[in-house]
Design a binder for this molecule. Sequence first.
Ligand SMILES: Cc1cc2nc3c(=O)[nH]c(=O)nc-3n(C[C@H](O)[C@H](O)[C@H](O)COP(=O)(O)O)c2cc1C
Length: 203
Amino acid sequence: LVNLLDLASRRISTRKFSSEEIRIEDVIYAIEVARQAPSGANRQPWRFIIVYDNELKMEIRKYCEEVEKIFHEKAPTWMKKWLSEKGITWRKEFLTTAPLLILVFGKRNEPYWVQSVWLAIGYMLLALEEKGLASLTYTPPRVDWANRLLNVPTEYILQTIIPIGISKEENKKKIRFELKDILYCNKWNNPCKNLQILEGNEI
Ligand SMILES: Cc1cc2nc3c(=O)[nH]c(=O)nc-3n(C[C@H](O)[C@H](O)[C@H](O)COP(=O)(O)O)c2cc1C
């Protein structure tokens, strides 16, 4: 039986993908899981476009790198330093190396549309992990180009591009805050007892 804590603990963001093909059924499965998410007033403001056409992936990458270049140029000095320390550049190879992208759009003006769409995205990430697929929630700094490129009506706004594939990542799981540092009982700063009940599941 899949254990959600194991899936969530194992999952990491992947930015390096192998050229290996993936099963589209597994991707549809993840979107089927996302479809079950709750949403503000059950308006289900999410829409998904799967892109596996290589030329279209190249165009998407071109637009993203254009807006990334501007973003990197205009970034304040402290952010430039942070970006270079992290090795983050305007280049987004993963948009063409991953065999498939999911573009997730949200329908603006629906109640809690952003929260709802991201909740569905969270569901999807775990489902992809269950299928052994690596992913990333990439958020380009500008998204209006996507409507024009993919014929998307203007009331829908691109929330993220999720490259999906087989990981070539050497990264390890990034550290998370400890439970005691993020969880209080009854009042702020009041520690919870019995946090050790989760110990058996720790990675
Ligand atoms: C809302 C959101 C936006 C993100 N945007 C980007 C992004 O534009 N580029 C990127 O490389 N990673 C992006 N990430 C991935 C985070 O950097 C990553 O989840 C975080 O560093 C924790 O690492 P992990 O996912 O490997 O556990 C985003 C994550 C979230 C949740």
